[in-house]
Design a protein around this ligand. Structure first.
Ligand code: SF4
Length: 247
């Protein structure tokens, strides 16, 4: 059964949550003209955000991290986005020499050996390219939602990241049913792995399908403690308000 058939459900307040997400994005785009980017993981939420950006001509750049460990199904979404929306997706890859050195020193399966090595891998393949993506930007957009995990339960619509940039989370109050209802009603392209019980998709070695009843992010770094399951991309900071937008 497809993810749309399994999860899409129109619930009370959906239209107002969509309108609010657009308002959050519009406000941020007008405050950070030419200096705002969506850092898309190419997951379901981020595909919704990209659709909102393109549909409403918001002038937000779209960029992704090509860690070198993504599933083919994930990579295939990049040309689909470009064809569907007529925009160029910026791609940021890790420094080749850093990857070669790390793999030579620690092996291809280093992420399973310790949290330190897993975080070092994320540092090389994600955090350093992300820093380049954000270098000239004053704001960035994510698909974070409060419902995704305990560590994300207080995600605000807007916050300061650790570098003082504004981080916009327009889907903070959306449910999983909302995400799929939007995808179904707007025919948004999505990763077919979502149809195989992968709700949250990261690098191939660090993502597995979840079983019925398992937590949303149970398939990410499943061998680690629940509270350690972030790669460093999303560090909580104090929320700030957006002009004219519900915070
Ligand atoms: S998610 Fe896994 S493969 Fe990807 S950068 Fe982090 S440790 Fe490395």
């Amino acid at each position: 059964m497809s993810a749309v058939a399994l999860y899409a459900r129109g619930t009370e307040g959906f239209d107002s949550r969509v309108a609010h997400a657009v308002a959050v994005l519009q406000s941020a785009a007008s405050e950070h003209v030419g200096r705002i980017v969506q850092a898309t993981s190419l997951g379901a939420e981020d595909m919704v955000v990209t659709d909102l950006i393109a549909r409403h001509h918001l002038g937000v750049a779209v960029a992704t991290l090509q860690t070198g460990k993504l599933h083919d199904e994930t990579l295939a979404l990049i040309p689909r986005i470009e064809q569907r929306y007529g925009l160029a997706v910026e791609i940021y890859a890790p420094a080749a020499e850093s990857v070669v050195h790390f793999v030579r020193t620690n092996g291809e399966r280093a992420m399973y050996q310790s949290i330190e090595l897993r975080k070092a891998c994320c540092g090389i393949r994600k955090l350093e390219p992300l820093a380049r993506m954000l270098a000239e930007r004053s704001a960035w957009v994510t698909g974070l939602r409060r419902e995704q995990s305990n560590t994300r339960a207080v995600v605000p619509f807007s916050e300061n990241d650790e570098k003082g940039r504004i981080k916009i989370n327009p889907l903070a109050d959306w449910s999983w049913a909302d995400v799929w209802h939007y995808i179904a009603s707007h025919d948004v392209p999505y990763n077919p792995l979502h149809d195989q019980f992968y709700p949250s998709i990261g690098c191939a070695p660090c993502t597995r399908a979840v079983a019925v009843g398992e937590d949303f992010r149970a398939g990410r770094w499943w061998w680690e403690d629940e509270n350690a399951k972030e790669c460093g991309l999303h560090v909580a900071e104090a929320p700030v308000s957006l002009m004219g937008v519900r915070a």
